[in-house]
Write a protein that binds this ligand. Structure first.
Ligand code: DGY
Length: 326
């Protein structure tokens, strides 16, 4: 496949919002959509790499290094999503494949989800909802479902990038929360919060925070970054929020910390082996569990798809895709 060459064969691995699918169909003649939205699985993904010029995957499609052995036909992988740790990008690049993602357009929506988790876990909203739906609510009383205040509490951010910064702004300017953050990058990313306090170690941030929100990419050295030792550094009254990638937290250690009240609670949108969520976690009332819906609004999911199209169009026109990661 070359710029200006014949119409590429394009595989879209999952259902996308209708306006984006319509736009793809309008621009390209050979698009293979997935009307059933059934995950392609390993065999389907291997077949896609062998048969299509362009594959448009997302987080539910695992593309490990061995999938890029041999000579895949695919020249372009346009990931629908900002996180791309499900793709072995070095192996893809070695096989001559350009890889792109969708940063920026989902920042606010994902930050809203982190705040949703933070508020829900602090105010025991999941427990309350379950009680009402089960017909178990017996009425107002002074000691019923007492949670923790959010306003004025300290927010700890791990990873002060686009989404971490957007969460920090919401918490600081909306809820008067002082912000303490750890970020390994050299730049000083305060995101317009003049007194955001940068600390030199993850431990310092964990010890200072009443709420800890994780905003690190998954995979590599970030796997189990939050382990038993680090959970033990948090205050017993503190809450952990994870809307980044499940593997950043050691699930077994988290379950143990929630059971023993080493920490007060956790709000999770992502899981190590998703969509599997361990029963041990599902049984815990001090965990709020969402099904990886961080960026799930019609507006944002449409914008993500349109950004995949921008990346693809640039590649096909022989330009540098705006969001190239490999
Ligand atoms: C993202 O954009 O990374 C979302 O988590 C979905 O992949």
């Amino acid at each position: 496949m070359r710029p200006g060459g014949p119409d590429p064969v394009i595989v879209v691995t999952r259902r996308w919002p209708a306006p984006v699918e319509q736009e793809l169909a309008r621009r390209f003649a050979q698009v293979r959509f997935n009307p059933d939205d059934t995950p392609l699985g390993a065999d389907g993904l291997r077949a896609a790499l062998a048969e299509a010029d362009v594959v448009l995957p997302t987080v539910s499609d695992r593309l490990p290094a061995e999938f890029f052995d041999g000579e895949p036909r695919t020249r372009f992988l346009g990931n629908y999503g900002v996180g791309f740790n499900h793709i072995a990008v070095d192996a893809a690049a070695k096989a001559g494949i350009v890889v792109t993602n969708t940063p920026g357009v989902l920042t606010d929506t994902t930050a809203d989800t982190a705040m949703t988790l933070l508020l829900m876990v602090a105010r025991r909203a999941g427990e309350g909802e379950r009680e009402v739906r089960a017909g178990r609510w017996t009425g107002w009383r002074p000691t019923h479902l007492m949670g923790a205040d959010v306003t004025g509490k300290t927010l700890g951010i791990l990873g002060m990038g686009r989404i971490g910064g957007a969460v920090a702004r919401r918490a600081h300017f909306g809820f008067g929360m002082p912000v303490v953050f750890y970020d390994a990058a050299d730049a000083e990313p305060r995101h317009g919060i003049p007194d955001a306090h940068r600390v030199g170690t993850i431990e310092e941030m964990l010890e200072a925070a009443d709420f800890v929100s994780l905003h690190m990419p998954g995979g590599g050295g970030n796997t189990h970054l939050i382990d038993a030792g680090r959970l033990a550094r948090m205050k017993p009254t503190a809450f952990l929020v994870n809307s980044s990638r499940g593997d950043v937290v050691d699930t077994d250690a988290l379950v143990a910390a929630l059971r023993s009240h080493t920490i007060a609670g956790a709000g999770l949108d992502v899981y190590e082996g998703e969509p599997e969520v361990p029963a041990a976690l599902r049984e815990l009332d001090n965990a709020v569990l969402l099904p990886h819906l961080g960026s799930a609004t019609l507006e944002t999911r449409t914008a993500m798809g349109m950004l995949v199209l921008d990346n693809l169009q640039a590649f096909l026109d022989g330009r540098q895709p705006p969001c190239r990661v490999a």
